[in-house]
Ligand binder design. Structure first.
Ligand SMILES: Nc1ncnc2c1ncn2[C@@H]1O[C@H](COP(=O)(O)OP(=O)(O)OP(=O)(O)O)[C@@H](O)[C@H]1O
Ligand SMILES: [Mg+2]
Length: 663
């Protein structure tokens, strides 16, 4: 590929994630409409999708609602400090007038000491308000992070299958931090800004009405400038946060896939892609910072103009109309002070817009559709005297549909208690990950309690998909899946999953000791039980040879273990669970044939008491299954036990005798 082709390719690849900013977002479309947008409209300070910004702000305030009383205190502190500040500045008038009318040094000292005392009050208030506010905002941020994490736990597998981890992580770090930054400062600024504005205006009018009018002539112009600049910066900050997310996503992917990058000598291409994303981020950041940065100078200069005009005209008033010099000096002070809050908020535009963009990205995750709620009378699975029971509310759909419920061990006023045996049935199941493509067609099969059912079939045939449906990572489009005759959708999701032990096709180990990782399968398991499970999975012998045995720390998904060892730990994790149903997806694909023989023995013990669904490419491991199901393109093409299938001389026979490759 030439570098132009490569660039075009990258542009296309990131088209969706790094959308260019539209004219509408920049506000130029609105501007073209002409005179309609007067200063009044400019004050709204919104762009792009104003509703989003408003909604985000309202939601952020929701996070502050817990600290209502603290906020009230902060509010009063801000009022006191602002009013005290105004009073202190007004105190200059008699002092200066005293000086010009020849009052003595004593009066000056008295006046200045009073002023100093008032300023001390200002300092104390500011200190307190800052301390309280930081506490309040950090609490809010903690809650925001909590809510985000909670939300991530409720999102369906589909979400993770379709979103980039790095980008999700970026929402926790960059985006939440941006919001925190804003909460620390901006809330107080907004409070104190508006009070200063009103207070100063009142004092200005009190001091001199005509000068006041001159000062506030500039205000609409300032707001107009503010609105034009903020429209742009908001759009760029939004783009910037998205670009950070995309870049983080790419970094995360490259780090976790570093070995693959190296194997295929993909370093240059990775670098190129990184440069592309980094460059994109840079250009957005420059624009964002530029528009954020010119805000201060633009507003500053406008207030300088207003200051100069006030001073000139004030001077003329002093000479021609006898306006007192003390009055003039405090007035020019006020005219500065008046535009200060507008400036300060303008200066914080960086913070505010990164924060709003961040908040939108955080809330976007929070608004994702979670896994469907369990029905109100969902059937739970409970453990009682060492046996598992379905707790079936008498009002539940299952109880209403079945006049006779089998295997009921007892009942009370509210529930039937039925034994969990672990029969799994699929009836006419049809499913596709998305509507365009059906992955499973009309699958019907059953596994009686304790049976071992094996799935074989070429890559992509739909074996893993069947297991994804049984434990409800995804829900079927048509047909039903039942456990002991109860639809899996009627069973509480947690109960269901806790009672289906799974060894997933892609193993995952967490940072922690080997012991902890195995105990993941059942948190209340004792150390002895962990060791027992490890023995059953043939993992014990290699674990005790590790540096610290069961206390060896695993890091980075168990990078210090071999692939096969990782699989053995995963099997041990499933073995420790007391789930009546066990699903093994290619569980032994990475272990050598001798270890596999070992595991098989352990597995036989493990499987003796459980219904097992096993997926394996190695046909030797499925030979002793009660039934073997051969899948092809999402349909069952053969079924039977090993001997029967060989006799049929169909697909299984071909696979087994090596006449046809699996794929
Ligand atoms: N998360 C997903 N989103 C969309 N399509 C998917 C998803 N997972 C799998 N598929 C598609 O579903 C089909 C069946 O995939 P499945 O993982 O069930 O195959 P499999 O039989 O387990 O293959 P293998 O032996 O390689 O593990 C494939 O065509 C695949 O492209
Ligand atoms: Mg699979």
């Amino acid at each position: 590929m030439t570098s132009e082709e490569r660039l075009a390719f990258l542009e296309k690849k990131y088209e969706e994630k790094l959308k260019p900013i539209t004219d509408e977002e920049l506000g130029s479309a609105a501007r073209k409409k002409g005179p309609g947008g007067g200063p009044g409209r400019g004050m709204a300070m919104q762009t792009g999708k104003p509703k989003n910004a408003k909604a985000s702000i309202a939601r952020l305030f929701g996070y502050l609602a817990d600290a209502k009383w603290k906020l009230v205190i902060v509010f009063f502190l801000v009022i006191s400090n602002t009013l005290l500040g105004l009073v202190a500045s007004y105190m200059l008038r008699p002092i200066i007038n005293g000086l010009t009318s020849g009052e003595g040094i004593e009066a000056l000292i008295r006046g200045l000491s009073k002023m100093a005392a008032v300023y001390l009050g200002v300092i104390i208030c500011q200190y307190l308000q800052q301390r309280i506010m930081i506490g309040v905002s950090q609490n809010a941020i903690q809650k925001l992070r909590n809510d985000l994490f909670e939300k991530l736990q409720t999102l369906p597998v589909r979400y993770y299958d379709t979103h980039n981890n790095g980008d999700i992580m970026s929402r926790f770090t960059n985006d939440v931090d941006a919001v925190g930054e804003m909460m620390n400062n901006t809330v107080i600024q907004l409070f104190s800004g508006s009070i200063t504005l009103i207070g100063t205006l009142a004092l200005m009018i009190y001091t001199n009405v005509w000068l006041t009018l001159i000062t506030i002539v500039m205000v609409p112009l300032m707001f107009k400038a503010l609105s034009i600049i903020t429209k742009r910066s908001r759009a760029y900050y939004k783009a910037q946060q998205a670009a950070i997310g995309t870049l983080n996503g790419f970094i995360e992917e490259t780090m976790t896939g570093q070995k693959v990058v190296k194997v295929f000598g993909h370093e240059d291409a990775s670098r190129e892609e990184f440069n592309y994303l980094n460059h994109d981020l840079r250009s957005k950041q420059i624009k964002a910072l530029f528009f954020g940065g010119i805000m201060g100078p633009v507003m500053g200069n406008m207030s300088q103009i207003s200051y100069a005009m006030t001073a000139c005209i004030g001077g003329i008033l002093c000479v021609a109309r006898g306006f007192d010099i003390g009055g003039l000096s405090i007035f020019v002070n006020y005219s500065r002070q008046f535009s200060r809050p507008i400036n300060e908020i303008a200066m914080q535009v960086n913070t505010i817009f990164s924060a709003l963009a961040g908040a939108e990205r955080v809330f976007a995750v929070m608004d994702e559709e979670p896994e469907k709620e369990d029905p109100a009378d969902a059937i739970r699975i409970i453990e009682e005297d060492g046996r598992l029971l379905y707790e079936i509310p008498k009002g539940s759909a299952y109880a209403r549909e079945n006049s006779v419920i089998e295997d009921v061990v007892r009942q009370d006023n509210i529930c039937y208690y039925k034994e969990v045996k672990g029969a799994v049935t699929l009836k006419d199941v049809t499913f596709g990950y998305n509507p365009e493509k059906t992955v499973l067609k009309d699958i019907s099969l059953y596994a009686k309690p304790g049976q071992k059912i094996a799935f074989v079939g070429s890559t992509g045939a739909g074996k893993t998909t069947i297991t994804n449906l049984i434990n409800r990572f995804y829900d079927v489009n048509e047909g039903t899946i039942t456990m002991d005759g109860i639809r899996v959708t009627d069973i509480e999701r947690d109960s269901l999953r806790r009672n289906i032990a799974m060894v997933l096709q892609d193993t995952h180990l967490f940072t922690g000791t080997v012991m902890e990782n195995i105990r993941y399968g059942r948190l209340d398991a004792t150390d002895e039980e962990v060791i027992e499970a490890a023995k059953m999975a043939s993992a014990h012998s290699f674990i005790i040879r590790l540096e610290n045995g069961y206390d060896t720390m695993l890091e980075g998904d168990g990078a210090n273990l071999s692939q096969g060892q990782r699989q053995l730990i995963n099997i041990a994790r499933a073995a420790i669970s007391r789930a009546p149903v066990l699903i093994l997806d290619e569980a032994t694909s990475s272990v050598d044939t001798r270890t596999e023989k070992h595991i098989e023995k352990g597995m036989d013990r493990l499987m003796a008491t459980r219904t097992t669904l096993v997926i394996a490419h190695r046909l030797s491991t499925v030979r002793n299954a009660n039934a073997i199901i051969v899948l092809e393109h999402g349909s069952i093409i053969e079924r039977g036990d090993h001997a029967e299938l060989l006799e049929d001389k169909g697909r299984y026979y071909e696979l087994y005798t090596g006449k046809s490759e699996l794929d």
